[in-house]
Design a binder for this molecule. Sequence first.
Ligand code: PLP
Length: 302
Amino acid sequence: MHPQLRNLEQQLQPSLLTKVTAPLLDDHQIELWLKRDDLLHPIISGNKWRKLKYILQHAISTGADTIISMGGAYSNHLHALAYTGRLLNISTVAYVRGEQPKLFNPTLKDLVTWGMQLKFISRSSYRELRHYQSLPEQKPNEYWLPEGGALGYALQGVAEMVEEIDIAYDTICVPCGTGTTMAGMIAASLDQTAVLGFSALKGTHFLEHDVKKLLPDSSTSFCQWSINHDYHFGGFAKTTPTLLDFINGFKHQTGIELEPVYTGKMMYGIYALVKQGYFAKGHRIIAVHTGGLQGKRGFIDA
Ligand SMILES: *Cc1c(COP(=O)(O)O)cnc(C)c1O
């Protein structure tokens, strides 16, 4: 492994398992644990480190000195990439969705501080860029990293997260953007466990297809998995007072902070499914806290 990458890994804090207690869970005899990837690193948000680790290693092994990627103005992916790029002495370039704002939000400010070159593009160009397997006129020293780090190499790091969990469980839950983290969890899970994703976006029935595309080709069957599309709260990065109240209540009850884009929606969805009796009595659930708290800065005001 690249020495700087190993160095970075040694600075990570343990991702603990925290048990969540709530009357609702007791009433339904459900055990809920959080896999605290949010604790890994103050800047490289939980699942972003898991996804980037082996992507960066691969990029370095190809001799690339520049990584080019894409994301929104609050992107946790770009935030983690810009920071690690700076540590590893790799130049980073990002296509950012939408017009260049007059005032940069805290995420964009960080990206610039860490030397990431930003190229603001229209929403329609952004949508097109999503389908690129490589960039037109890409140079040999450049490495194209699709939105959300959706490359097979991402799965290997996510598998390490799954392998760290040292208690038995029935279902493991994760919020989904591109579904890359979920694909890594499916590939690493045992037959008898279920992987349940919660889409953070509206109208994403392509997500199942995207997840399948990322799964390794193999004759072995994967564990049972499905994606719930009911708790997007109006779409990506949209919130409602109900969701924000839930997040505040959760913080108050457990001391654990969630954000409204991904983890808040997943946790709301889990509680809703528990209420509906979706999980059998005695079920043990692990929910992955994928981090992302940096994206919250200035987000609620915006
Ligand atoms: C990026 C992100 C996700 C979504 O990950 P995908 O692999 O794109 O599905 C989930 N939670 C948080 C906090 C994120 O930052």
